[in-house]
Design a protein around this ligand. Structure first.
Ligand SMILES: NC(=O)c1ccc[n+]([C@@H]2O[C@H](COP(=O)([O-])OP(=O)(O)OC[C@H]3O[C@@H](n4cnc5c(N)ncnc54)[C@H](OP(=O)(O)O)[C@@H]3O)[C@@H](O)[C@H]2O)c1
Length: 310
């Protein structure tokens, strides 16, 4: 497993992460097997959110009840969680009180004294960045959160936050798979008239994150689009799956590893956030951590997914 020091922190992290959004209905034994399989493959970074599960903090609680980590076991993991979505509504809330309450709820549900990283989950139109800064300062001073980041944010939203927040913003978690790659595909086809791919949807977030040492974490790396099922093995993507199968044979790895490698091969040094609940798929995906796809292979996958290379 490829690891690196997460810029803005002293944490050495793997470039493949286990997301725990889908564990609510799993048994203790199944959750333990999933997390232990990930750990054995070098995936020691876990992604949670207060809203994952059927009730608030449901998946965080399910994880803690199943794993019952001792404090030394807990220290072997980087545990990240998120705040800012209110499910009943739904709406977004980056107010000081909501952030503090959410983190306290996460700590209680996870049975830990600290989060390694807290992300603001989705942009709040009513954000008051001074309030976010006050919440981050309090959480940092109390030792409850070691580092801070965001998710689904644009460069200008980040600029606004960074004007007020004193801690470095270390991560931006964004949707990215071979078939859902507008933030990469736009730059490849900049300024092309009449081509949808050319439309700027994110204000250049990939380059912004690279310029500011903000690590991109790719969520839904296997989903074709927004939670509409995986592209692997899907008859909607025959050409892409043919290329993936050929590269799987060439590198001697399962298809999941090629899907992961398309992201880890990008020089922005991204992390891939897996959501599978199947231990075998975690092992397979982990093999994509450091596959040296050539430029030509990387672009072939990109074209086979339907993107234009002008
Ligand atoms: N920041 C955000 O806004 C945001 C949004 C969504 C998710 N996330 C994070 O990202 C993580 C990943 O999201 P995701 O679960 O949508 O991503 P994903 O890894 O792309 O999708 C996993 C889902 O695809 C299924 N699947 C079917 N065939 C598969 C295959 N061959 N390989 C892998 N999975 C296959 C899995 O089923 P099985 O479980 O049966 O294997 C599972 O239901 C979440 O756990 C969460 O931590 C963040």
């Amino acid at each position: 497993m490829k690891t690196f020091t997460l810029p803005g922190t002293d944490m050495v992290v793997p470039n493949v992460v286990l997301g725990l959004m889908r564990i609510q209905t799993m048994t203790d034994e199944a959750v333990r097997t999933l997390v232990n399989t990930a750990r054995d493959a070098g995936i020691t970074f876990l992604d949670h959110a207060d809203v994952y599960g059927s009730d608030d903090h449901g998946c965080e609680r399910r994880f803690a009840e199943a794993l019952k980590l001792s404090s030394s076991e807990r220290e072997q993991f980087v545990i990240q969680s998120k705040a800012g979505i209110v499910k009943d509504g739904p709406y977004f809330d980056f107010s000081h009180n909501h952030i503090i309450e959410s983190v306290n709820g996460s700590l209680q549900a996870l049975g830990t004294d600290y989060l390694d990283i807290l992300l603001l989950h989705r942009p709040d139109a009513l954000v008051e960045p001074e309030e976010v800064a006050r919440a981050f300062d309090e959480l940092s001073a109390a030792g409850k959160v070691r580092a801070f980041g965001v998710s689904n944010q644009t460069p200008r939203q980040l600029d606004l936050l960074r004007k007020h927040v004193t801690q470095p913003i270390v991560a931006n978690q964004l949707q990215l798979s071979i078939t859902h790659a507008p933030m990469i595909a736009q730059g490849v086809a900049a300024n092309m008239q009449g081509l949808d791919q050319s439309v700027v949807r994110d204000d250049g977030i990939v380059d912004y994150c690279r310029l500011h040492d903000i690590t991109i974490q790719a969520w839904s790396p296997f989903q074709a689009g927004f939670f509409d099922g995986p592209f692997l093995g899907s008859e909607r993507f025959p050409e892409l799956n043919a290329v993936i199968d050929r590269l799987s044979s060439k590198y001697g790895v399962p298809a999941e590893a090629i899907a992961v490698a398309w992201i880890t091969r990008h020089p922005a040094q991204m992390q891939v956030v897996l959501g599978t609940t199947t231990p075998e798929r975690v092992t397979a995906a982990a093999l994509g951590s450091d596959i040296p796809l050539t430029r030509s292979e990387w672009y072939e996958l990109f074209r086979a997914a339907g993107y234009t290379v002008p």
